[in-house]
Design a protein around this ligand. Sequence first.
Ligand SMILES: [Ca+2]
Ligand SMILES: [Ca+2]
Length: 217
Amino acid sequence: MRQGGTRPTALLIALVLSVLLAACGSADTTARQQVPRLLVIESDGARDGFIRSDGFVRVVGSGPGVGDLDDARPGLSLRMFYSFPLFEIPPDAVISSITLRVYQVATVGQPYADLGDLLVDHVDPGNALGPDDYEENTLTQNVGTLARQFTPRIASLSVDACVLRDLDEGRTRSWFRLRFSRDTNLDDRDDVLIVNDGENSLRAGNVPVLEVIYVRP
Ligand SMILES: [Ca+2]
Ligand SMILES: [Ca+2]
């Protein structure tokens, strides 16, 4: 009787184990296929930089920033540009998010109080910055607000639509322009947000990046 009672139980346990193992195998395969991947693209130091409102372009080091230089010349202002090559994004990537991250290093004067929010434009200067890019070659004006106040840390903004548009339209890099709501407040005092650039010219670390999260099909 004992043997006769044990045999169905043993069979049931074996069946349950086989079902559980099969389920585990299936879940494991799915997880492997859909595990999110992170790609970090640094801004191209040879191409990123700032442009002043008088047309002066600087792409190598020397105080990258956004704001006004009213002390030097009333009404003179500068905007910062970043450039991210896209060739590392796999053609079959299913992208779930793309985030722009910029390190706010320091301020001169009070840029946020005097000039407003730090805004981001999606732009297309081509292969290199020129004086016209200060306000032209805009794809999307005011993609969003990167920061509303200075904090000595990284500020982030979702830029999925911008990068997907660049990929769809065949551009090999995504460019972004940082500017304040107002370029200048004409107060005879400099108001500048200092931000790091792709070549880490401030030696502050945390170079500007695009963080791309995607899965492979
Ligand atoms: Ca640069
Ligand atoms: Ca000022």
